[in-house]
Design a protein around this ligand. Structure first.
Ligand code: FAD
Ligand code: NAP
Length: 399
């Protein structure tokens, strides 16, 4: 597991006393120039460290199975892995240019599809902590460290009567991944409460603060999926949470669920409870069936395209949005299939398939490989395009 300690000794003494062992990594400290080379601590005499040098020791593991670190439960290996638990480790890691040939970040692994082993270094984010950094009569700004679990933070907010993210209850994953695709559900998106994030540039080690505008948030989208993809490691995210709440209950089945629960005057707790109930009944739990939530984004088509589709498919649901007309991808997938008389919904071949209750969710029933799931997604994209002339875009990050 992760160990991080600061020592004021020579490297020779550390090795002699057994403070550092095989698999540990000596990283640059406040006298980084004093190493002639940075290498595995197990390899004595590989470097020179002056007396009184302070440095960070991090455990590095090799050939790490990722099965439990991705919610699809795909079997793959990380060539090497570091578990990041504090800011000193981050600074040391990204100050060390030798480490940065190929680098991948994993939070909760709930939005990735592994199609092969991961080469180079994989960083597992375990940065924890939260703090109130600003407060007025109406709002509170809370800074969450990026390795915090998203849903636990939502529950913490509800517990502390802080509103704004209750509709985003039960979304798996970490705080740090939330801005990557501007997570959204039930009419609320991260960008609605987002203030800033701090991210470290993996090429320079410099920390940059991104404002809401700089993140270029869009529908399940941000700058981190395009222009600066892979360039930044997100350290923390600051959200603006309300003390005077406005509940959003008009989306999807929330109002219906609140009625079933006998709630007349919804508050943030009852909305969160309703969302948790709906999601638990509709979505497959990744602990039981491997999946990464919605595999595809809902496409947005032009008004003309939509009108032409409506002639042939009068039941096609639609939601007007700024850019055009949003059409539910689940409906398109359900109304196309591997053959003319079969729907994709509930389709299964081997251990990979389309969930029987939710056509947007591709699933791994056991031993499916990432390549098989990717191939199935390509078949779905092709058949939806042939039938509706709409090109579905994958939401999940394919590695
Ligand atoms: P990971 O899968 O670990 O990573 C996703 C991407 O972000 C990767 O490219 C990774 O490299 C990058 N990344 C992760 N952490 C960092 C970091 N600190 N710095 C830089 N890059 C980073 N999404 C929604 O938007 N709405 C939903 O309602 C929703 N429901 C879901 C339901 C289920 C059952 C599942 C399995 C998934 C659902 N998702 C949903 C998708 C997913 O949970 C979110 O996208 C979530 O934010 C991913 O978090 P993660 O920590 O698991 O990210
Ligand atoms: P749903 O309520 O059955 O609705 C189907 C689709 O219609 C949703 O995808 C939603 O789009 C859209 N929709 C419904 N009501 C709408 C409205 N009033 N205005 C605009 N669009 C509307 O959806 P669901 O599958 O049960 O999911 C519920 C929510 O959780 C959705 O917001 C969905 O995005 C989110 N979710 C996301 C993931 C993921 O992995 N990304 C997984 C599960 C659930 P939007 O998707 O654009 O909201």
């Amino acid at each position: 597991m992760v160990r991080q300690r600061q020592y004021k000794h020579s490297a020779g003494l550390l090795l002699e006393k057994g403070y550092v062992g095989k698999g540990s990594k000596l990283l640059k400290g406040n006298k980084g120039h004093s190493f002639s080379k940075i290498g595995d601590a197990g390899m004595c005499g590989f470097y020179f460290v002056e007396e009184q040098t302070t440095f960070v020791v991090m455990n590095r593991r090799y050939q790490v199975p990722l099965d439990d670190l991705n919610t699809f439960h795909i079997h793959a290996l990380a060539e090497s892995m570091i578990y990041l638990t504090n800011l000193e480790e981050c600074k040391a890691l990204f100050a060390d240019q030798n480490l940065l040939e190929e680098i991948h970040f994993i939070g909760g692994g709930s939005n990735i599809l592994l199609t092969e082993d991961i080469k180079g270094l994989t960083v597992l984010n375990q940065l924890k902590g939260k703090s109130v950094i600003h407060e007025t009569d109406d709002e509170v700004h809370v800074k969450f460290m990026s390795g915090e679990n998203w849903h636990e933070c939502v529950l913490w907010c509800v517990e502390n009567n802080l509103g704004g993210i209750e509709n985003l209850s039960l979304i798996p994953g970490t705080i740090g991944a939330a801005p990557i695709q501007n997570i959204g559900a039930y009419g609320v998106e991260l960008k609605d409460v987002f203030v800033t994030l701090e991210a470290i540039d993996v090429n320079t080690g410099a920390v940059h603060v991104f404002s809401n505008a700089e993140c270029e948030f869009g529908y399940r989208d941000s700058i981190f999926k395009h222009k600066v993809k892979g360039q930044y490691f997100i350290l923390s995210v600051t959200l603006s949470l309300s003390k005077q709440h406005v509940c959003h209950t008009e989306y999807g089945m929330i109002a219906e669920e609140l009625q079933k629960m006998g709630v007349e005057k919804p508050d943030i707790r009852s909305v969160s409870d309703a969302v948790i109930k709906i999601r638990s009944s509709k979505l497959p739990n990744p602990d039981h069936i491997g999946n990464a939530g919605s595999f595809f984004k809902n496409p947005i088509v032009t008004q003309e395209h939509f009108q032409s589709l409506k002639i042939h498919y009068p039941d096609l649901p639609s939601y007007p949005v700024e850019e055009g007309i949003k059409v539910p991808a689940a409906w398109l997938i359900e109304h196309s299939g591997p053959s003319s008389n079969q729907s994709w919904k509930g389709y299964r071949r081997g251990d990979c398939g389309v969930h029987e209750r939710q056509a947007l969710v591709l699933v791994n029933y056991g031993e499916a490989s990432g390549k098989e799931i990717l191939e199935l997604s390509t078949r779905i994209i092709t058949s939806v395009q042939q039938r509706f002339n709409i090109l579905l875009e994958r939401e999940v990050n394919v590695w």
